[in-house]
Each structure stands twice: as C-alpha cells, then as structure tokens.
Write a protein that binds this ligand. Structure first.
Ligand SMILES: C[S@@+](CC[C@H](N)C(=O)[O-])C[C@H]1O[C@@H](n2cnc3c(N)ncnc32)[C@H](O)[C@@H]1O
Length: 276
C-alpha cells in the first residue's frame, strides 16, 4: 500500500527513494525476474550486476545461486548503493557485496564472474563500448552476459503520456531529458555493441510485460520525481506545476481502468557469451 508521500505529486523525497518506492516493485522486480529467467543461473555461480541501483537484480540472483554462490552489485550512485545495503538480509542466498563503481572502469578483478547482468543501465553510460568491454573483462571464459535496454518511448504508453505532458508544459530543453532511458532502442546497435567487444552468440529478444499503477494517475505522476527531470520538477512554480499535473492527467486518462493506470513496457534483452 502506498503512503501519502507517494501520492503527493512533486513533493516526494530523493530520486533514489521514489525509484525504490514506486518503480522497483512495479517495474524493476518483475523485469529482473524475466531477465534472470534468461540467465538460467546455477547454484554456486558468481554474478556481477552492473548499474545495480538498489540491488534489484542482485538480490534475486543471490537467491538463485544460493549460499555457495557470490554476487557483486556495482553502481556509481552512492545513494542507490546505500538503499541496496539497507535492505534486509536474505536467507539461503549468496552474500551480496555492493561497490560504488562506474560501469567503466569497473573496480573488479578480471575473469572472475560466470554471469554479468545489467538491467536498464547501458543507455545511461557515457561510453557504452568501454562498459561492454569491462563486462567482457570481468567474465570468466565461457561466461555469459544478459542486459536489458528499453525500446523507444512511443512503445511505453505511460511514459509517452508523461513525456507529452512535459513537452506541452515546459520549455523543450527542460522536457527533453525525460526520454533519456528510451533513446538507445535499436536491436541492431545492441547486437553490434556486444559483437564488437568480442562476445559471441549475441542474441536480442524483445519482451513486453504489464505495468499497473494501482494508485492511478496521481501515482503515475509521482514517478516524475524519480525521472531524469526530477530536479526541474522540484523547482517548478505552483502555476506550472498545476498546468503539468493537469496535462499529465489528460494524457494518462486513456490508460485508466477502474481507477488504476494499466499499461505495459517493452524492452530488448541481449544475451551473449565470452568464448573459451
Ligand atoms: C534505471 S536504473 C536501473 C537500476 C537497476 N539495474 C534496477 O534494475 O533496479 C539505472 C541505474 O544506472 C546507474 N548508472 C547510471 N550511469 C551509470 C554509470 N556510468 N556507471 C554505473 N552506474 C550507472 C544509476 O545510478 C541507476 O542506479
């Protein structure tokens, strides 16, 4: 059950806190399970989760590899790592070690991991080629990588609705960063990005999964506080904030069903292997 803070548009706490409260249970945990289905982790394996955020994939991976396994979660955001470290311990799971590290250079030993995962991180990295090279370096020969990258925003209806509202209500340069998570959608670019760094058996799968904001339009709007425009939103004057809320409600209205926002998301998933 969401609390009052979740529904008080534009007044929620930190980006990492809002991300954890609204996005993680509704988007990132279900998608982490889909990603890990494809990883087919085995007991005792060592897993590195890059751009781990609040440890979403890392924690599920730890349960899947079990106490004989090892999991490292890396993220350059100290706020995200603090949330990950603050989560309750897991039983019958591998220990999870969290490190503050950019995707490149990555502060891990080479040829250490059986599996590298990266859920919705690649599109944010300033040097994607270097990041994929680091994934390769961290893997043991024969190791595998599984990474997820959203497809374009037009295929993610609630995000497209909020994007339209932002573009309608704010100057273009202030609205523009909102779409950043959805701007590296080409399956071909993903494939080339991994093949170029030496990976073999590179395969791209498109997956879709439902998304429900049971708190309805107010909860969907509250996600803006965990978006790339969070600081812009926090600084809006009352009149612009009201205009934005009403534009967002109008654009989200077609997705409302029984008071809930019901939609879906679409992502590309890349799987590849480091040859022996
Ligand atoms: C959309 S979140 C995904 C987090 C996590 N994988 C999950 O599924 O919940 C993107 C994450 O990428 C991290 N990130 C962005 N740029 C990064 C970089 N250059 N190096 C490491 N992490 C980065 C952010 O701090 C954030 O935690």
């Amino acid at each position: 059950m969401a609390d009052a803070r979740t529904f008080s548009c534009f007044s929620v706490g930190s980006i990492a806190g809002t991300y954890e409260e609204i996005y993680v249970p509704r988007i990132f945990i279900p998608w982490a399970r889909l990603l890990l289905d494809r990883a087919a982790l085995r007991p005792g394996e060592a897993v590195l989760d890059i751009a781990t955020g609040p440890g979403t994939v890392a924690r599920i991976a730890a349960e899947q590899v079990g106490p004989r396994g090892r999991v490292v979660g890396a993220d350059f955001s100290e706020a995200m790592i603090a949330i990950a470290k603050g989560k309750p311990g897991l039983t019958s799971a591998a220990p999870v070690e969290y490190i503050v590290s950019p995707a490149a250079p990555l502060t891990v030993e080479e040829e250490t991991f059986d599996v590298v995962t990266c859920q919705q991180g690649l599109q944010f990295f300033p040097d994607r080629a270097a990041a994929v090279r680091e994934m390769y370096r961290a893997l043991k020969p024969g190791g595998r990588v599984i990474a997820a990258v959203w497809r374009e925003i037009a295929l993610q209806p609630s995000f497209a609705a909020l994007d339209a509202a932002l573009r309608e209500s704010l100057p273009a340069d202030q609205a523009e960063p909102y779409g950043a998570p959805f701007r590296w959608p080409s399956a071909e670019a993903l494939k080339v990005g991994f093949t170029d760094q030496g990976f073999t058996g590179v395969s791209i799968t498109e997956l879709r999964h439902p998304l429900t904001y049971e708190g309805g339009i107010a909860q969907a709007i509250a996600t803006l506080a965990a978006s790339p425009v969070a600081s812009t939103i926090a600084a809006l004057d009352a009149e612009t904030a009201t205009r934005l809320r009403s534009a967002a409600a109008r654009h989200l209205a077609p997705l409302v069903d029984g008071g809930q926002v019901r939609t879906q998301m679409v992502s590309n998933l890349v799987t590849a292997t480091k040859g022996v």
